[in-house]
Design a protein. Sequence first.
Length: 219
Amino acid sequence: MALPETVELETGNKPVGSVIWLHGLGADGRDFEPIVPELRLPADLPLRFVFPHAPVRPVTINGGMAMRAWYDILSLDSEGRADAEGVHQSTALLEALVEREVERGIEPDHIVVAGFSQGGAIAINAVLHSRLKLAGLMALSTYIPLPGELAASRGNRGLPVFMGHGSFDPMIQMQWGRASADSLAKAGFTVEWHDYPMAHAVCPEEINDIRTWLLNVFS
């Protein structure tokens, strides 16, 4: 499988862990790169941040316009948000990036998969089906893309999960994110939920909470 192009940033020499962070619809791998310095990670915790670019594909809700997207979005209702084939294809891309980090010397339990919006949906799906025991899942302003597959998923129960969502999000209703958090908790994941007075975005308070969570995950 051809790996997607990535933007990479290391916070120090010889990283001891990796964070693979997927962007949202229409963005690219540089979208969250500026957040890394804002995390103020300590020198004794060098991490590699990997920001892949999604493939370019037509997106139905945008009139079929081609843009970077992890999957097609067929409608904005709770039932038609994600096309299963696209979710599975992008999940395989993320799994391949995890395997590459292992090949580069990072143990699976030192790899966090993360994502915002569409990217977070792929991160969730990858964790549900991964055969590897990962370090954690960070899912921002997102939801479980294929909830019907949750019961049959096989991996990573007990994994620490950070979920954050804007209470004024007009794109992905916070209730969808909250319902997904509850479903993951019922399935055995250790979910930490945060909501913030913001729209479909990331705010300074959330970045600070992510920092705290990452320090705990990699401690």
